[in-house]
Ligand binder design. Structure first.
Ligand SMILES: NC(=O)c1ccc[n+]([C@@H]2O[C@H](COP(=O)([O-])OP(=O)(O)OC[C@H]3O[C@@H](n4cnc5c(N)ncnc54)[C@H](OP(=O)(O)O)[C@@H]3O)[C@@H](O)[C@H]2O)c1
Length: 226
């Protein structure tokens, strides 16, 4: 079992529908938190006293490294990184503008890859990286090609990182939850969401991810959320 009490954990995308319950769960488990989002008022609204709050736009190439340095400066150590930021877009493979595809790949794949690269040399033995991929990395869904590709890229990256990080005794959990009622599908950067069946509860998904962290699991496929 991994005890989170006193562990220094950086949550990126802490203001999101999944990032918020993940942050609350980590705080309840006694973790010392660095919480990152784009908006200081939204970070403050989480009400997690004692957490170090940092704003950053992940479109900036140094943001991931800056966040790792902020967590190290705040807590003097880094034991875990949770990447819960992300954007979605809907549209056929020929419909999306290059700018939209660039942002999907940047926020959903490049930024977490940069974060892991920046964090890995500092993560303590027994530490962890959690990346939020998605069920669409496993299953093809029409009108979600670019989003799915960005998530499949992250899942492929995580599979290699998991092997490479093992020698540092760092676990990599690639979480691939099904549709979850965070409102993400209602704020796409392009297109319109299709009618979706009712999704999972964000609190339940966050709790399942945290159970994987404390329970020393090494992967979280979509089937783990059933
Ligand atoms: N909801 C689902 O159905 C579902 C299912 C599977 C996987 N996922 C994945 O889970 C992760 C979290 O999703 P969610 O549903 O919690 O979405 P969400 O509620 O929209 O939260 C997204 C988070 O990403 C942050 N973000 C977006 N663009 C950013 C940027 N350029 N710079 C910094 N932060 C940025 C947002 O910050 P702001 O507060 O500043 O906007 C917010 O904290 C995503 O990777 C998503 O793909 C979601």
């Amino acid at each position: 079992m991994t005890d989170l009490s006193g562990r220094s954990v950086l949550v990126v995308g802490a203001t999101g529908g999944l990032g918020a319950p993940l942050s609350r769960g980590l705080a309840a488990a006694g973790a010392r938190l660095t919480l990152a989002g784009r908006s200081m008022p939204r970070l403050q609204a989480l009400g997690l006293d004692g957490a170090h709050l940092v704003t950053a736009d992940l479109q900036h190439p140094t943001a991931a490294n800056d966040l790792v340095q902020a967590a190290l400066a705040a807590h003097g150590a880094l034991d875990g990184v949770v990447y819960a930021a992300g954007v979605v877009a809907f549209g056929g493979v020929g419909d999306l503008d290059d700018d939209v595809v660039d942002e999907l790949l940047l926020i959903n794949y490049l930024a977490p890859a940069r974060l892991a690269r920046a964090a890995l040399p500092h993560l303590s033995a027994g530490g962890f990286v959690v990346n939020l991929s998605a069920v669409v990395a496993e299953q093809a869904v029409p009108n979600m090609g670019a989003y799915s590709a960005s998530k499949a890229a992250l899942t492929a990256f995580d599979a290699v990182l998991r092997m490479e990080a093992r020698r540092s005794k760092v676990r990599v959990i690639d979480a691939r939850p099904p549709h979850t009622e965070t409102g993400l599908a209602g704020r796409p950067i392009a297109g319109t969401a299709p009618r979706l069946p009712k999704g999972l509860s964000p609190d339940d998904v966050a709790a399942r991810i945290l159970r994987a962290v404390t329970g020393d699991e090494t992967d979280l496929p979509s089937s783990a959320f059933a």
